[in-house]
Design a protein around this ligand. Structure first.
Ligand code: ADP
Ligand code: MG
Length: 354
């Protein structure tokens, strides 16, 4: 079982009762309790990860079941390991022929190519052959030879992923796409949409650490998501307040193996074929778009702090929190972040927009 990112705690609504002797407060508590009755929670395992849901709605249980069904539908077409998924059929037909794909797969491949372009190739939808060589696809870890990596890097060009209406084609034999760095973000957007269509105005859910908060908590405050401490799974560095936003973290600490005393993690720098060594422990992206947050968390992790900040200055539309190997927590100015990491030797700095 893959427990990555479970370290991100969801701090859901805590109600405070002050001066309960007074009637006004008692009344308020009654109202709050009534709201609490509409809190529905569930945990499930899908897409190789743990998913948790908190939905504030009288039909919350049914709505969560609908959401789970949608997640399983997407898993069945997007999984790289399920035999008949769109992705598996596409990869199996690499260099041979175009295959028909669902609308969702089409949207994901298009978005992956486009966002990868914007991120100057640090996110690569076609990186799969290299990820596989490191053993992260089948959890059979190994350190590949340089010559092997060089050959595989010839097969990772996202421009060789050809999309036409309802069909996709990988131009070279040996090519493969891996939606591991984007599928959960896309799925979180779909789930948020489904919840809102069902009248949900307050909810928070986490698809293996891809968190999405709809509206506010029942007590009127914003939802809060803990920023994991990459050095200590039982600790956190601070709280991120969100409202109709996604929060996604990518970090080398989440999935890695060790060989000869060296750690190798699962986020690959497409320029080298090696796990990115950019001086970062994690990158967290806050955005209204789950898919964008997912892609950019991976991309900015590859970029590192300086390039990542420059990218944020250039692009906008999202915010980021970097945790560096040097012990800094660096947040862009739009994040509503309360730093609480001083006990673990982290220092904090906020960066303003130029
Ligand atoms: P998570 O493992 O939580 O999905 P990420 O969102 O950072 O973490 O995605 C990492 C996954 O994406 C890897 O497991 C791999 O499948 C794939 N991947 C690794 N490096 C890249 C990259 N540079 N571009 C696109 N996908 C990548
Ligand atoms: Mg990602």
């Amino acid at each position: 079982m893959n427990l990555k990112k479970v370290g991100i705690l969801l701090l859901t609504g805590m109600l405070f009762c002050t001066g309960c002797a007074e009637r006004r407060d008692a009344m308020q508590k009654m109202v709050e309790n009534k709201k609490m009755e509409n809190r529905h929670e569930a945990t499930t395992f899908a897409m190789d990860t743990i998913m948790t849901f908190t939905v504030i709605h009288e039909d919350g249980d049914e709505i969560i079941i609908d959401a789970e069904q949608e997640i399983r539908r997407l898993e069945n077409i997007l999984s790289i390991t399920a035999e008949n998924s769109d992705v598996s059929r596409l990869n199996a037909a690499a260099g041979k022929e175009a295959v028909s794909i669902e609308k969702d797969t089409q949207i994901l491949l298009e978005a992956g190519k486009e966002l990868g372009d914007i991120a100057k190739g640090t996110f690569d939808i076609a990186i799969s052959p290299v990820v596989k060589a490191w053993g992260f696809t089948e959890e059979a870890h190994r350190v590949p030879q340089q010559a092997e990596l060089d050959a595989l890097l010839e097969l990772t060009d996202p421009d060789a992923v050809i999309l036409e209406e309802g069909r996709a084609f990988l131009q070279k034999e040996g090519m493969a796409v891996d939606l591991g760095g984007i599928a959960k973000g896309y799925t979180s957007d779909r789930v948020a949409e489904l919840l809102k269509e069902n009248g949900v105005e307050s909810a928070i859910f986490s698809l293996g650490g891809n968190v999405y908060g709809i509206g506010k908590k029942p007590d009127g405050a914003q939802w809060e998501v803990a920023l994991a401490n990459p050095l200590d799974a039982n600790d956190y560095c601070g709280l991120i307040a969100i409202e109709n936003q996604a929060v996604v973290t990518s970090g080398g600490y989440q999935r890695y193996f060790e060989e000869d005393g060296k750690k190798y993690h699962h986020i690959i720098d497409p320029a080298t074929g090696y796990p990115a060594e950019s001086g970062l422990l994690s990158v967290t992206i806050i955005s209204e778009s789950g898919i964008e947050a997912d892609v950019l968390s991976t991309a900015l992790y590859v970029m590192g702090l300086e390039e990542g900040l420059a990218f944020w200055q250039e692009q906008g539309g999202f915010d980021a929190i970097f945790v560096t190997e040097a012990g800094e927590v660096v947040a862009t100015e739009g994040v509503c972040f309360t730093f609480e990491g001083q006990d673990n030797d982290f220092t904090y700095r906020m960066v303003e927009r130029k």
